[in-house]
Design a binder for this molecule. Structure first.
Ligand code: C2O
Ligand code: CU
Length: 494
């Protein structure tokens, strides 16, 4: 019966040809992909859009013999998708009911430091935290997750993560022709790898041999193991978030098909980028548009690091193919508009404006040889100024680098122009050993920011074990003229 479907037969053939790489065995793809619900909200008299989130414990069926104890926002695992428009005032009322102090960080959001949800904004069990800010950045796919000092990997892995989508009502000419019906032809994919104990519990302790952190053998997409998605349109936009604690994915389709990247972490790219593979390290997002014809099937999977990058760029755990999601096109597809040729202006940060260059050398427990200290400020940057940050690996291993509050422009990678997939706004970037990454960052003050006496923002490795072990530093945005070079100073009392 399966052979009557041409696309599926192709999939079998391709799988057979690469069978020697498929050491993880077959993924059944027998569960429909869950799609996180859109969060409800109310709008107050002054126009503030208010969301509520409750961090709670639950149980999830990940295919083990018994349910897996998990955490979620408003549910058993992961959280609803928050959605707001550029210029809107928002408030999120977050109640912690997980039994441990945690935080909620708005990854990629430009907002005042005391609203950021990093380690300086703890939410005790039973407490409600009510951060508020004005959305002031391009349309993009952001996300939220806990950030308690030393506990981020555990809290994220247990399931506390969700998407935060920003829409630009004024930019309909570009964004408006991309697929945009949530859950139909605009589908979030939160990709995580986990391992399960025999009794269903999540494995929480990385092997002593793994410096990178925990690499799981089960891939969950939106919390669904072995998922398939029914594709109903000629073109589908997938908003892919790598919410894994350690694994970097090289996403490909099993039939090698081309797809287009339309957005990076912080918004649309200048024009659609044709790709056959897409590398995403933990914390990074990409929006891709995939075309399908009626009745065909293909599998989104992670491929080994291409050999052209050399053995040092092999990433732990990526020596095998890892199946992620099967796409099943319906026998009749709704028509989709062609991809727009132009999407958004290129990031307008000019490295020629940079007032200083800072170097950050990332290890598995340190940045520039120092471990994270909540009472130390590692960099004071000037409001409105542009800096170049030069990012490298300290220890011969891969890391990645995330900066809170800002979106930056990647200038070069290993001394070469970045690939087109890095041409948009970024807040997290993979740093492979021996291939330094230079980025240009402009530190605009968010509306309502205190400026010089707020809490610090974080920068860190987003391999969560490294972040938790101390590969993190703190910066504050100070008035023009008061910035300092790469020297440390005591943190302001918060
Ligand atoms: Cu996604 Cu500081 O984190
Ligand atoms: Cu790291």
């Amino acid at each position: 019966a399966v052979l009557v479907v041409g696309g599926f037969a192709t999939f079998i053939a391709v799988s057979f040809l690469s069978a020697d790489l498929d050491t993880r065995g077959e993924v059944a793809f027998d569960r429909p992909l869950a799609v996180p619900p859109l969060a409800g909200s109310r709008v107050e008299g002054d126009g503030t859009r208010v969301f509520t989130l409750r961090m709670q414990r639950g149980r999830s069926d990940f295919g083990a013999s018994r349910p897996t104890p998990t955490w979620g926002f408003d549910g058993d695992y992961l959280g609803p998708t928050l959605r707001a428009e550029i210029g809107e005032k928002v408030r999120v009322e977050v109640t912690n009911a997980v039994g441990e102090t945690s935080t909620v960080h708005w990854h990629g959001m430009h907002l005042p430091p005391e609203m950021d949800g990093g380690p300086h904004q703890p939410i005790a069990h039973g407490a409600t935290w009510k951060p508020h800010w004005t959305i002031d950045q391009p349309a993009s796919t952001l996300w939220y997750h806990p950030h308690p000092h030393g506990q981020t990997a555990a809290h994220v892995r247990r399931g506390l993560a969700g998407m935060f989508l920003l829409d630009d009502p004024a930019a309909k000419t570009h964004d408006g022709t991309l697929p945009r019906t949530y859950g139909v032809d605009d589908v979030p994919l939160i990709v995580q790898d986990v391992s399960l104990e025999d009794d269903g519990r999540l494995v929480e302790t990385p092997s002593l041999l793994s410096s990178i952190g925990l690499l799981g053998d089960t891939v969950l997409v939106n919390g669904t193991p072995g998922p398939y998605v029914d594709v109903t349109a000629e073109r589908t936009r997938f908003r892919v978030l790598n919410a894994s604690s350690a694994r970097t994915y090289t996403f490909v389709f099993s039939d090698g098909r081309e797809f287009h990247q339309v957005a990076t972490d912080g918004g649309l790219v200048p024009s659609p980028v044709p790709l056959r593979d897409l590398v995403l390290s933990p914390g990074e997002r990409a929006e891709i548009v995939v075309g399908m014809t009626a009745g065909e099937r293909t599998v989104l999977r992670s491929a080994p690091t291409p050999d052209r990058l050399g053995p040092r760029n092999r990433l732990a755990g990526d020596e095998d193919h890892l199946d992620v999601l099967e796409l099943r096109a319906a026998t009749r597809l709704s028509a989709s508009a062609p991809l727009p040729r132009r999407l958004a202006p290129a990031p307008d940060v000019d490295p020629g404006d940079a007032v200083r260059t800072r170097r950050f050398s990332v290890g598995s427990q340190t940045i520039n040889g120092r471990r994270m200290d909540m009472d130390r400020i590692d960099a004071q940057v000037e409001a409105g100024s542009t800096e170049i940050w030069d990012l490298s690996s300290d220890d011969g291993g891969p890391h990645n680098f995330h900066v809170h509050d800002v979106q930056f422009r990647v200038l070069d990678v290993g001394g070469e122009k970045p690939v087109a997939a890095l041409h948009g706004w970024k807040d997290t970037v993979l740093v492979r050993p021996g291939r330094d990454v230079r980025v240009a960052v402009r530190f605009n003050l968010p509306p309502g920011a205190a400026g010089d006496d707020g809490a610090p923002y974080m920068f860190h490795c987003h391999l969560l074990r490294h972040e938790d072990s101390g590969a993190m530093g703190q910066f504050v945005v100070v008035p023009p003229g008061q910035g300092t070079d790469d020297e440390t100073s005591p943190a302001p009392a918060t």
